[in-house]
Design a protein around this ligand. Structure first.
Ligand code: HEC
Length: 162
C-alpha cells in the first residue's frame, strides 16, 4: 500500500512539472510577441512624426510653396503649440483664438494689419527687438524663423479667416 502511494505521488508531481514548464514556455512566447508588437508600433509612430516635420503642432503640415496659409490649420496650431492661448485666451487684453480678435488687438491697437506683416504688432512681438514689452511668447521658448514666416505669409495673403 505504502509503496503504491509513493509512486502515485511521484507521477502527480512529474505531470505537474510538465504542465508548468509548458505554461512557462507559452507565457514567455506570448510576452516576446507583445514586446515585438510594442516595438513595431512605437517605431512606426516615431517615423510618422519625422515625416510630419517638427515645426507645426498636431498633425497639420506646414503650408507648401504657393499654397494659401490657413488660419485654422496653420496659424492657430502655432499659437496652441507655443501656449499663447494660456495668456491670451480671454482674461483681458489680446485674444489670439480668432481672426476678428487679432484684428481688434490688445492695449496697443490691432495686432494684425492685413497685407502688412512687417508692421503688424503680432509679428513684431514674435521677433527679437520688440517695439514694446517682452518678446512673445513671454519667457520663451521663441518661435523659429520658419514658423514666424508662416504667420507673416498668412498676414501678407490678407489675414483671411480661412
Ligand atoms: C506667459 C504669458 C504669455 C504668453 C505665453 C504669451 N504672451 Fe503675449 N503678452 C503677454 C503679456 C503680459 C503682454 C503685455 C505686455 C507686453 O506687451 O509685453 C503680452 C502682449 C502681447 C502682444 C501685444 C498686445 C498689445 O496690443 O499690447 C501680442 C501681439 C502678443 N502678446 C502675442 C503673443 C503670441 C502670439 C504668443 C504666443 C506665441 C504670446 N503672446 C504668448 C503674456 C504672454
Amino acid at each position: 500500500m505504502e509503496f503504491r502511494y509513493h509512486i502515485l505521488r511521484k507521477r502527480l508531481v512529474m505531470s505537474n512539472g510538465v504542465i508548468n514548464s509548458r505554461l512557462y514556455v507559452g507565457l514567455m512566447a506570448g510576452l516576446i510577441v507583445l514586446m515585438m508588437t510594442a516595438l513595431v508600433l512605437t517605431g512606426c509612430s516615431d517615423m510618422g512624426s519625422v515625416v510630419a516635420g517638427g515645426d507645426t503642432s498636431n498633425s497639420s503640415p506646414p503650408p507648401q510653396q504657393g499654397q494659401d496659409v490657413s488660419f485654422q490649420s496653420h496659424v492657430l496650431p502655432i499659437f496652441q503649440r507655443y501656449g499663447c492661448n494660456s495668456c491670451h485666451g480671454g482674461s483681458g487684453g489680446l485674444i489670439v483664438s480668432s481672426v476678428a480678435q487679432l484684428l481688434r488687438g490688445g492695449d496697443n491697437g490691432p495686432s494684425v494689419i492685413p497685407g502688412k506683416a512687417d508692421s503688424s504688432t503680432l509679428v513684431r512681438k514674435l521677433a527679437p527687438g520688440t517695439p514694446f514689452g517682452d518678446r512673445m511668447p513671454q519667457g520663451g521658448p521663441y518661435l523659429p524663423d520658419s514658423t514666424i514666416q508662416t504667420i507673416k505669409l498668412w498676414i501678407n495673403q490678407g489675414a483671411k479667416n480661412n
